[in-house]
Design a protein around this ligand. Sequence first.
Ligand code: HEC
Ligand code: HEC
Length: 284
Amino acid sequence: MAREQGPFKTDNPWPRIGWWSVAGLLAAGAVLGFVVLGGEQQNGPRLGTWTAICRALGIASDTGPATAPQPPLQTPTRIAWTAATLARIAGGDVKHGEFVALNCAACHGEQGVSQSGLFPTLAGMDAGIIYKQLDDFRAGKRSWGAMNAIATALSDQDAADVAAYFAGRVNGLAPILGENFHGGRTLREADVATRLAFAGDPARGIPPCAACHGPSASKPGAPSLKGQRPEYIERQLAAFAQGIRQNDINRQMRTVAMQLTPDEMHAIAVYYGSGAAPAELAGR
Ligand code: HEC
Ligand code: HEC
C-alpha cells in the first residue's frame, strides 16, 4: 500500500526522535536553570538542590533569622535628655559639689578655670553637659585615662552636685544665651572661622557652629565654646573627625568635624578660644 511507504510508514521513527529530543532538551534546561544556575550565588556558597529550585522559582527560602553574626549594638551614650534626667541634674547640690570639686582643681584649675591647653575649662559650662560627660567617662563611652578613673569614683549624685557647682562659676565659658546674635553673615565672609561659625558651609553639609553652640541658639548637650582653651577645642575636633571621640548623640559633631580641614579646625579653635568671638559680637 502506498500509505505504508515513504513518510507515512507507521513505523516512522522521526516523530519519536523529535519528541524525545524536545523532552531531553527541556530536562537539560530544567537541570541547568533550576539546579545548576539557581544554585550559584554571586557572593555566597553554592545552594543545595532544593533551595536552588525554590530560589529559581522565586520562592524565598531564607526567611529564617540570619545566621551571620551581627556586630554589637553601639550607642554613643547612656544619657538621654529626658525630663527625669534633667530633673536629676537640676537637683544638684552646689555646697556638696564644691567639696567634690576639690578633686578637680589640680587639673581643671581653681574654680574650674583651666590654665593649660590640656584641660578644658569647666567654669560656666552647662550642668547637664558636665553631668553627661562624666557619665560618658564612667560608662567608657568617652576615653581619657585619668578622667575615666575619676568619673568612676563619683556617684551619680556627686556628678550632679559637682556639675551644679562648676555651672555656677564665673570667669570661664561665656553663657550661650542672652547675647545678641546679629544675622547677615554671608557665605562670602572672608574670614574662614567667622564664616564657619555663623554661615557654615552648605556645600559640604556643615551647619553654622552657632546654631548649636550659641550665641543665641543652642542644642541640648552642646557646650559654650567661647572662652574654652583653643588647644582643647582643636584636639576635640580632631578626635571627633577621626572617630576617637564618639559620644555625641546622633553623630552631631562627628558629621561636622569630618568635613573640616586641619587648617579650618585650627582657625575656628583660635577664634572661639582667643576671645575673638566676644569682640566680634560686640562690634556688630
Ligand atoms: C588628672 C587630671 C584631671 C583631674 C584630676 C580631673 N580631670 Fe576632668 N578632664 C581631664 C582631661 C585631660 C580632660 C579632657 C579629656 C580629653 O581630652 O578628651 C577632662 C575632661 C573633663 C570633662 C569634659 C569636659 C568637656 O568639655 O567635655 C569634665 C566634665 C571633667 N573633666 C570633669 C572633671 C571633674 C568633675 C573632676 C573632679 C571630680 C575632674 N574632671 C578631675 C583631666 C582631669
Ligand atoms: C548640630 C549641632 C552642632 C553643630 C552644628 C556643631 N556642634 Fe559642636 N557639638 C555639638 C554637641 C551636641 C556636642 C557635645 C557632644 C557630646 O555630647 O559629647 C558638641 C561638642 C563640640 C566640641 C567639644 C566641646 C567640649 O567641651 O568637649 C567642640 C570643640 C565642638 N563641638 C566644636 C564645634 C565647631 C567648631 C562647630 C562648627 C564647625 C560645631 N561644633 C558645630 C553639636 C553641634
